[in-house]
Every structure is written in structure tokens, then in C-alpha cells.
Design a protein around this ligand. Structure first.
Ligand code: 5GP
Length: 192
């Protein structure tokens, strides 16, 4: 009988480097799956539909929401984001561990709905470091940047609600630490 997969929730403030760490994580752990979210946000340059996100308009998103198609949703920086219930369920049923890169509001919804999920928070080495990373990213205008910096501060205060906190002081090190956490949790459950 095949074992059910594990849901791995990764949160962290905007600009902390979640995408870079996740790219490394999938390099070193190719069996891990990634849950592609739906969003009403416009694609940024280079973002491919169905890879970075599934990009939908607001009417489509709200229709999916009404039909119970999301495991969790959140309004982040004025845009809607949601995790596909079907994509996650299918992966877990296949025995795959699936990673969700979601904000703290979404993670809070999953604490009740998926109690055995693994909750990991990626932190910057310092708040100053995060401000600098946000500024240097340069994908946002001033207004969006301000909003992201404010939200980032609020998100940092949520860190203590997570099972594990990983500092992104070095991309490779942080990715390996996350992988260690995933492997250790599987052993703890006695189902590895
Ligand atoms: P970005 O627009 O910069 O890609 O993402 C903005 C924020 O939305 C990030 O903190 C990201 O983790 C979060 N996010 C992305 N997809 C989802 C999702 O499906 N659900 C929730 N709750 N947050 C998401």
C-alpha cells in the first residue's frame, strides 16, 4: 500500500528569497512537488502561466472559490491567491510530498484543515537585510514596495506560530535545512 504524501507549507515575508531557496530545494530533492497557485495578479516579466502561477481574472477566481475549489485563499497586496484543492489532493494521494509557498493568512487556514502539515517559516538574517533585498529587487513601483515592506514586518511577527524557522543566510544552507526538516519529520512519524 502506498503511503500518503505530506503537505509542506513554506511562508516568509516578501523579498526573503523563498523562490530562490525553493529552486535549490527542488534541485536537491527532485521528488518533491510544487503546488502551483492561482492568482489574479498580473504576470511579471518572465513568469509563465501554469508554472509560476495559474493566472486568472477575478471573476474566474471568485467562481472557483464559490465552487469550493480552493484549499485556502488570501488577499495579498491587493491580489487574490489560492491553492488548488484538486492539485494538492492528487499529489498527496499519489504519495508525493507537495510544497506550498503561501502567505501567513493561508497558512493559518491550513493549521486547522491539515493539522499534520509541516509548517516552515523562512526568515531574513535581519530586518535591515530584508528591506535591502526588497529595494534591490526592483520589480515593484514605490507604492507596491511600501506595501510589501509593511506586510513583511507584519509577517515576521507570525514566525513563532510555525513548527520550524529557517534563516536564509545562505541559499544552499537554507534549502538543505528545509530538506533535513522534511526527512526528519517523516522519520518521526514512523512512516518513512
Ligand atoms: P508574489 O505575488 O510576490 O508571487 O507573492 C506574494 C505573496 O503571496 C507571497 O508571500 C506568496 O507566498 C503568497 N502566495 C502565493 N501563492 C499563494 C497561495 O496560493 N495562497 C496564499 N495564501 N498565499 C500565496
Amino acid at each position: 500500500m502506498s503511503r500518503r504524501g505530506r503537505l509542506i507549507v513554506l511562508s516568509g515575508p516578501s523579498g526573503v528569497g523563498k523562490d530562490t531557496v525553493l529552486r535549490k530545494l527542488f534541485d536537491i530533492a527532485p521528488k518533491l512537488r510544487y503546488s502551483v497557485s492561482y492568482t489574479t495578479r498580473a504576470p511579471r516579466e518572465g513568469e509563465v502561466d501554469g508554472v509560476a502561477y495559474s493566472f486568472v481574472d477575478q471573476a474566474t477566481f471568485l467562481d472557483m472559490l464559490a465552487h469550493g475549489e480552493f484549499l485556502e485563499t488570501a488577499n495579498v497586496h491587493g491580489n487574490l491567491y489560492g491553492t488548488s484543492r484538486q492539485r494538492v489532493e492528487e499529489a498527496l494521494a499519489r504519495g508525493e510530498n507537495i510544497v506550498l509557498k503561501i502567505d501567513v493568512q493561508g497558512a493559518a487556514q491550513l493549521r486547522d484543515r491539515v493539522p499534520d502539515a509541516l509548517f516552515i517559516f523562512l526568515e531574513p538574517p535581519s530586518p535591515e537585510d530584508l528591506r535591502e533585498r526588497l529595494r534591490s529587487r526592483g520589480t515593484d513601483d514605490d507604492e507596491a514596495l511600501r506595501r510589501r515592506a509593511d506586510d513583511a514586518e507584519r509577517e515576521l511577527n507570525e514566525a513563532e506560530r510555525y513548527d520550524h524557522r529557517v534563516v536564509n543566510d545562505d541559499v544552499d544552507r537554507a534549502a538543505w535545512e528545509i530538506l533535513d526538516i522534511v526527512v526528519a519529520s517523516r522519520d518521526e512519524n514512523g512512516d518513512g
